[in-house]
Write a protein that binds this ligand. Structure first.
Ligand SMILES: [Zn+2]
Ligand SMILES: [Zn+2]
Length: 124
């Protein structure tokens, strides 16, 4: 019994087991439980002023953090389901930047913003 308090009840009040870990952390990509440390990705608009005002009102991305398995493919599966695009010059990092893509419908490209070249967005 060296692992600390494992739950139970005191005076009839149920105490939940373990406060420090969320046993039901699920990957936003595949829906499976994440066994180890989740990879957290936040979608942060670093320069919101770049958005045309009409989009800024309607287009809200959930900034997260979203939690995934460490494999970047799980992040891309999540992005794919939402119809996001992914910059080929980008890696999956803890902070991804949403980039509005030109076109008739508002679409988002996700990029880590770590390169100087023009984005090369492909379906995630
Ligand atoms: Zn996953
Ligand atoms: Zn890019």
């Amino acid at each position: 019994m060296t692992n600390g308090f494992r739950g139970g009840s005191i005076m009839g009040i149920r105490i939940p087991t373990r406060f420090d870990e969320n046993v039901a952390t699920r990957c936003a990509g595949c829906g499976e439980i994440i066994g180890g440390i989740p990879f957290r990705v936040s979608v942060m608009d670093i320069a919101p002023t770049e958005l045309p005002p009409s989009w800024a009102r309607t287009a809200k991305l959930n900034p997260g953090p979203h939690q995934f398995h460490a494999d970047p493919e799980h992040f891309r599966a999540w992005a794919r389901r939402r119809g996001y695009y992914f910059c080929r010059l980008s890696d999956v990092r803890e902070i991804m930047r949403p980039v509005p893509m030109p076109g008739e419908n508002l679409r988002w490209g996700l990029c880590d913003g770590m390169h100087r070249e023009a984005h090369e967005f492909v379906p995630a």
